[in-house]
Design a protein around this ligand. Structure first.
Ligand SMILES: [Zn+2]
Length: 366
């Protein structure tokens, strides 16, 4: 039986301005919708010295063989959008979900970055570059090494910014956006203070995620994962991106469920080909289950402005003072790159999110 579409009668609530605000709304909506909630405390504190946690809200039978997992905040700051989508879904739509499957909302996979308004975590690590095989030699990125100093200079003065911006823009014009994006955002393991740094070993959120999957998803037959992201692609549009090769069984299944699904391996995606993204590793966490997954990536502003925000943020945490009054400007710049407070953006993003969730229910109910 196909799952019927719900009628969305909810209204838009502005994006939260702090992690605590987003978390409170999520926990309230989760409890009001009858979800079971488990909170996993993070060892660090947030920007306002608040508690940090990954909160997991779950609806449906414990022993369901099909599980839908929706994750926010893999990239910290991107959680302002992801959290709002999760909370609104709990408010408006949870009661009308199909009742034979479990729906699990993982709130703030990287709570530290969420609170500190960063894409990265407490170790300046990009969580989606951290799921490499740490027993193997690490991927190298000589192109990044060449420009590491330009990307994150030790001083962030007007002069230094003009110098480094000029050189980077020259390089962009020379190499083209795609190659430039691949070099910078593909992942690097040699500059801990840089951007798109993959780390020196599994980070806290990775360890948590593996243990949680191991415990919660053991014995499950089918797992659908939607990992919510922002910052790439046209404004307000939501592109589904898989880590699977084009025309692999998992990609074919994802396309059958959701329509167009681009592949970062196939080169047709707004994303570069990443090393160490978690969806690529996810099937290994739930051996025996059929995993169908995609990142749902919502466009915000242009890629050069996004990169400028990430450079400012990396500089602030490597060489500046993240608690100084001036640091609020950098956080505002980062937030603007990954979350748009325009209600029209949120409505567009919400409609796309709801469509993807509904398509997932339909596919699993067929
Ligand atoms: Zn992201």
């Amino acid at each position: 039986m196909a799952w019927p579409s719900v009628v969305d009668v909810s209204s838009s609530i502005p994006l939260a301005t702090t992690y605590s605000q987003a978390r409170q709304r999520f926990l309230t909506e989760a409890r009001d919708s009858g979800a079971t909630v488990a909170s996993y405390l993070h060892p660090a504190r947030g920007l306002e010295d608040e508690e940090l946690a990954i909160d997991v809200a779950e609806l449906g039978p414990d022993d369901a063989t099909d599980v839908v997992v929706v994750v926010s905040g893999t990239h910290g700051v991107e959680g302002y959008c992801g959290s709002a989508l999760q909370s609104r879904w709990l408010e408006c739509c949870a009661a009308d979900r199909p009742h034979d499957m479990a729906v699990v909302l993982v709130h703030a996979l990287n709570p530290y970055g969420f609170s500190w308004v960063r894409r990265t975590n407490e170790d300046n690590v990009d969580l989606n570059r951290n799921f490499v095989d740490w027993d193997q030699p690490l991927p190298t990125n000589p192109g990044y090494d060449e420009i590491a100093e330009l990307l994150v200079p030790s001083r962030w003065t007007d002069d230094e910014r003009a110098r480094t911006d000029g050189l980077l823009l020259e390089m962009l014009a020379d190499r083209g956006l795609e190659s430039f994006q691949q070099t910078i955002s593909g992942g690097q393991y040699s500059h801990p203070d840089g951007v798109f740094y993959g780390g020196a070993g599994p980070v806290w959120s990775q360890t948590w995620l593996r243990a949680w999957c191991d415990q919660r998803l053991a014995g499950v037959r089918r797992v659908a994962i939607i990992d919510l992201h922002t910052g790439l692609g046209p404004w307000g549009e939501g592109e589904l991106i898989t880590s699977e090769s084009l025309d692999s069984p998992a990609h074919r299944r994802a396309s059958a469920w959701w329509g167009e699904v681009t592949s970062m391996v196939g080169g047709d995606s707004v994303s570069a080909l990443l090393s160490g993204d978690w969806l690529d590793a996810a099937p290994g966490f739930v051996p025996g289950a059929e995993v169908t997954s995609a990142a749902l990536e919502f466009g915000t502003i242009d890629p050069v402005s996004v990169l400028q925000a990430l450079r400012a943020d990396a500089w602030l945490h490597a060489h500046g003072d993240p608690r100084a009054p001036a640091s609020t400007e950098v956080r505002a710049q980062v937030r603007q790159a990954f979350a748009d407070d325009d209600p029209a953006w949120l409505e567009a993003v919400w409609a796309r999110f709801l469509q993807v969730v509904e398509q997932t229910f339909v596919a699993l109910s067929a």
